[in-house]
Design a protein around this ligand. Structure first.
Ligand code: PEP
Length: 251
């Protein structure tokens, strides 16, 4: 069975200027040598990516974007391509975050192109999925995860599937202070791994499945210890470098 290196990613959303990003990463880089057992990823806003890459260089901390466009170039006002990110030293991107799906119309069709395009470029694809509160209440959680992941992973080569990072993010737990119980998180993350096992058993063993949704320094260890949880995607609590460091140490 392959060893899965835990991964903890900070999703800053639309927070922090270039100066704030550089000061945060300067502080976090000073502790990076204590985080050897964890893959640490920070996802600042796009304006701060270049500065973040420069400050984090050589520290082992990876910088990822919060979104990327699936096309190589063209008439897509406001968008950024994979090659543009790679030029800065960006290691990958979060795709399919529920805020982008809900507020900005990111579709499964676009995600089905984004995920393989990132993998083809040798980059990290952190694919988010998760159900709304109404969907959970009506017993549709597994159907929603199946629908999203079957669509979003459809064009990923079987040999690349194990490199995808899937973040299970129940929408009702994002930014609400309500965390999934360990049972709910384990059940959903195990279901995601089983879905992938249905395509390729070895990929399912290699695949990192993260939990996201109000992860904090005082609940991270319990969540990250779950059998099918290989780390976390952290929003609000990642804005403070001490909190984020404590969460990374819990992985
Ligand atoms: C997120 O936005 O991906 C997230 C998990 O946010 P929070 O940790 O604030 O719930």
């Amino acid at each position: 069975m392959p060893e899965r290196k835990p991964l903890v990613a900070a999703n800053w959303k639309m927070n922090k200027t270039v100066a704030e990003t550089e000061s945060y990463l300067g502080a976090l880089s000073g502790h990076a040598s204590q985080l050897g057992g964890v893959e640490v990823v920070v996802c600042p806003p796009s304006t701060a990516l270049a500065g973040a890459c420069a400050v984090a260089a050589g520290s082992g901390i990876q910088i990822c974007a919060q979104n990327v466009h699936e096309s190589e170039s063209g008439a897509f006002t406001g968008e950024v391509s994979i090659a543009m990110l790679a030029e800065l030293g960006v290691a990958g991107a979060i795709v399919g975050h529920s805020e982008r799906r809900r507020l900005f119309g990111e579709t499964d069709e676009a995600l089905a192109r984004k995920v393989p395009a990132l993998l083809d470029a040798g980059m990290l694809a952190i694919l988010c999925c998760g159900e709304s509160e109404a969907e959970r209440d009506s017993g549709e959680t597994e159907a929603v995860l199946r629908r999203q992941l079957e669509a979003d992973l459809e064009q990923v080569a079987v040999g690349d599937l194990g490199r995808v990072v899937i973040a299970y993010e129940p929408i009702w737990a994002i930014g609400t202070g309500r965390t999934a119980t360990p049972e709910q998180a384990q059940e959903a993350c195990a279901f995601i791994r089983e879905l992938v096992a249905g395509i390729a058993a070895d990929a399912a063993e290699a695949l990192r499945v993260l939990y996201g949704g109000s992860v904090k320094r005082d609940n991270a260890a319990e969540l990250f210890a779950l059998r099918d949880v290989d780390g976390g995607l952290v929003g609000g609590a990642s804005l403070d470098p001490d909190d984020f460091l404590a969460i990374c140490r819990a992985a």
